[in-house]
Design a protein around this ligand. Structure first.
Ligand code: SAM
Length: 239
């Protein structure tokens, strides 16, 4: 049986990798990377000599066919993204779905009893580890017993509706944001949910890691007064 591992890698601090992730990356036949140059930094640090190929959001169907072929040949593969858990706002979710569709025929919408050709079995195995959404929630101090993860917010269509949804939400809401949109997003939070508590988690696990909690206008003022704090990677939590 071929194995297809989904391997989480650090979101900043290179020490945040599990022993199992290292063992898996060493043992597989091939590592599929979002960006091979990024992944090579980790591979070099942990003395991992496994071959790599790229697999990213723009990868063509031919690449997926190549991956199918390798699995059919009995090869074990690992999928990594540039940072964190593959498939969480990162390439990979679609590939896992396609693998399950091809090798398991378990996808919703396929009528039961549909004749299938028996293919080699492929086991999809998660190797859990860092993910910015969980790291941010865990140290935010905001309620974590129930939350909704929104990934990246849409830039245009559906954006206002989503902010209205956030304003009316009973659960904690979490999303990813880029440095060049963080002010715009906070302005929208000031407009749509001025009384909600916001926690902005910046540069998690890195030297300039910072959590800032307050009302949307307080966080916006803070970032405007401190332009250097507008840089880096952001995860935003609202409660
Ligand atoms: N798959 C990744 C994960 O599991 O966390 C997320 C990938 S997504 C393309 C990248 C976004 O995650 C960044 O734009 C940022 O919003 C968030 N992120 C990633 N690393 C972060 C960090 N160190 N601190 C805060 N947010 C981070």
């Amino acid at each position: 049986m071929s194995k297809f591992y989904i391997v989480a890698t650090p979101i900043g601090n290179m020490g945040d990798i599990t022993l199992r992730a290292i063992e898996t990356l060493k043992s597989v036949d091939l590592i599929l990377c979002e960006d091979t140059r990024e992944t090579h930094k980790i591979l070099e640090k942990y003395d991992i000599n496994t071959s790599t190929i790229s697999y990213h959001a723009q990868s063509k169907l031919a690449k997926v066919d190549k991956i199918f072929q390798l699995l059919e040949e009995g090869k074990n593969l690992a999928l990594v993204s540039d940072a964190g858990t593959p498939g969480i706002s990162d390439p990979g979710a679609m590939l896992v779905s396609k693998i399950k569709e091809k090798f398991f025929n378990l996808v919703v919408g396929v009528p039961s009893g549909t004749p299938t050709t028996k293919l080699r079995e492929v086991q999809v195995i998660p190797i859990p580890g860092p993910s910015a959404v969980i790291a941010a929630l865990s140290a935010s101090g905001l309620p974590t017993h129930e939350f909704t993860f929104l990934g990246f917010l849409p830039h245009k269509k559906g954006r206002e509706t989503l902010f209205k949804e956030i304003a009316g939400a009973k659960r904690t809401m979490v999303f990813y944001e880029s440095p060049h949109r963080i002010l715009k997003t906070l302005e929208s939070l000031v407009k749509f949910c001025p009384n909600k508590k916001v926690c902005v988690a910046r540069e998690l696990t890195k030297i300039y890691e910072e959590f800032k909690t307050g009302l949307p206008n307080e966080i916006l003022d803070f970032l405007i007064k401190n332009p250097d704090k507008q840089r880096g990677e952001f995860t935003v939590i609202i409660s």
